[in-house]
Design a protein around this ligand. Structure first.
Ligand SMILES: O=C(O)CCC(=O)C(=O)O
Ligand SMILES: [Fe+2]
Length: 250
């Protein structure tokens, strides 16, 4: 609780949430981090779910590569596949289980928030929400916050910063946040919220360079077309983003 601050300039206190993060599992489904005893029996299910999320993310990115008309000799629809395959090296991909407790009595919606405004850092994000557990909002181009409805049985897919960067902003990483929603009377809804999020990241050594798509090149703009900037790897980019949200000094 209160230990991650997703929107440091606008938050007095950290996010009102608890999170359990699972890094990548080995090919045989073993965790590579200490796991509390209570969760140990669930590891096979979490590892299998995480692998399914990775496969689905690759499928979606295959469709993006197709839509971006990446030339066949540059990888075509498989352009993103190799750099999102764990056999090719470790990545920052995370399966995150989130619990947002009922808002405590001193919760002040003017300055407190369940998850501060942010965009996701990776390639794309798969978000699993519970029916009736609303609160996710996206920032619209006119500056207003719009609630995201929970569609039963559907997965909410967010473009992450890397897809946005690779495509020079053609695909946008949406700024979003999680608030304590209001009930019909306009009072804070005291219900808890649970969600699961799979953050798909490329293999650590992936260079963040322009993708070979005429559509992206023609668009110009910042990001992937900015040839002045030093080429970061996926790992360097992730480290700098995590340092900002957790207040790390180096
Ligand atoms: O819990 C949610 O609905 C979203 C959480 C989120 O945006 C995040 O952890 O990056
Ligand atoms: Fe997010």
């Amino acid at each position: 609780m209160l230990s991650e601050t997703l929107d440091p300039p606008n938050q007095k206190r950290g996010d009102f949430k608890q999170a359990m993060n699972f890094g990548e599992f080995t090919a045989s489904g073993e965790p590579q981090q200490p796991i509390t005893a209570a969760l140990s029996p669930h590891i096979p299910a979490i590892a299998a779910f995480s692998a399914q999320c990775a496969a689905l993310s690759r499928r979606i990115m295959r469709l993006f590569a197709q839509a971006l008309k990446i030339a066949p000799d540059a990888g075509g629809k498989e352009y993103f596949t190799a750099c999102h395959t764990s056999a090719n090296g470790p990545s920052g991909s995370i399966m995150r289980l989130l619990y947002y407790p009922a808002a405590p009595p001193d919760f002040d919606p003017a300055s407190d928030i369940r998850a501060g405004a942010h965009s996701d850092y990776g390639s794309l994000t798969l978000l699993f929400q519970h029916r009736n557990e609303t609160g996710l909002e996206i920032l619209s181009p006119n500056g207003g916050w719009n609630p995201v409805p929970v569609v039963p049985e559907a997965i909410c897919v967010n473009i992450g910063d890397l897809l946005s960067y690779w495509t020079g902003g053609l695909l946008r990483s949406t700024i979003h946040r999680v608030v304590v929603p209001k009930d019909q009377n306009g009072d804070l809804d005291k219900a808890e919220r649970y969600s699961m999020v799979y953050f798909c990241h490329p293999v650590d050594t992936t260079p963040l360079v322009v993708i070979p798509s005429e559509m992206v090149r023609a668009r110009g703009g910042r990001g992937a077309n900015d040839t002045e900037r030093k080429v970061l790897t996926a790992a360097e980019h992730l480290k700098s983003r995590l340092a900002a949200t957790y207040g790390w000094k180096n």
